[in-house]
Design a protein around this ligand. Structure first.
Ligand SMILES: Cc1cc2nc3c(=O)[nH]c(=O)nc-3n(C[C@H](O)[C@H](O)[C@H](O)COP(=O)(O)O)c2cc1C
Length: 227
């Protein structure tokens, strides 16, 4: 599972969200290389509207511990700084989200009724699923829809480059619910909005959750060829 896939097409196919990592550290030089190359991402007007905080070692552990402490009084954190999803998802989006959740918990034999077990697994988000590197991604609040798209390109670059280095990732909007704690732990300016986190590390191939392979709508449903 952790073999490198340097060809872009292979990297796209081999990338998937990993939700259980080995604790093995990533050399600082390798992490820096991945991030430096990823920062070649395009952005409208070359604004480069992003900021990244790359947490390793004690800093990563401190954030995880601080969120763990905060969760004792705020189990799901606070309202995110932006609407992560529309309040009422229509079809087909609602079903896609539901099916993803069902498929993920099915890999671990956690039934719908076992809310406690589902929540306990979901809360692993705030431990970066055990990954040794945690990224926190922010954007200046003055930015709008166009720049959100820019941010996505940077994240995808990181995820594909990680694959080229035999590493895996999980992008994590769930971190946005803990922006208050993140702000206490990191030198994030008030003008920055916490968009998401990202776990980076080696996949734990033995963990059932990593057997999940999410579906995609077929090309015919998405693409309209106009000749
Ligand atoms: C911006 C973004 C935020 C995401 N946030 C989370 C998250 O907080 N927790 C999580 O487990 N997965 C998260 N995901 C992963 C998605 O659930 C996943 O990309 C989708 O189900 C497709 O599966 P795949 O990445 O394995 O191909 C996020 C993905 C994106 C692009």
């Amino acid at each position: 599972m952790n073999e490198a896939t340097p060809r872009v097409e292979d990297a796209i196919h081999s990338r998937k969200s990993i939700r259980a990592f080995l604790p093995d550290a990533i050399p600082r030089a390798q992490l820096e290389h991945i991030l430096r190359v990823a920062l070649r991402a395009p952005s409208g007007g070359n604004l480069q509207p992003w900021r990244l905080y790359a947490l390793t070692g004690a800093a990563r552990d401190r954030l995880v511990a601080a969120v763990g402490e905060y969760r004792k009084s705020h189990p799901m954190g606070d309202a995110p700084e932006y609407p992560v999803y529309p309040p009422h998802l229509n079809e087909p989006y609602r079903s896609r989200r539901f099916l993803l959740g069902e498929a993920m918990y099915a890999t671990m034999n956690i039934p719908r009724e076992d809310k406690a077990a589902r929540l306990a697994f979901f809360a692993r988000n705030w431990e970066f699923f055990g990954a040794p590197v945690g990224l926190i991604i922010t954007m200046d609040r003055q930015m709008g829809v166009g720049q959100w798209a820019d941010l996505g390109m940077l994240l995808q670059n990181i995820m594909l480059l990680a694959r080229a280095h035999g590493l895996h990732t999980c992008p994590q909007e769930s971190w946005s619910s803990f922006h208050r704690v993140i702000r206490r732990e990191l030198p994030i300016g008030e003008h920055e909005m916490v968009f998401a986190g990202m776990a980076i590390g080696y996949a734990d191939s033995a963990h059932q959750v990593n057997s999940l392979h999410s579906d995609r709508a077929p090309l015919e449903e998405i693409v309209t060829f106009v000749e």
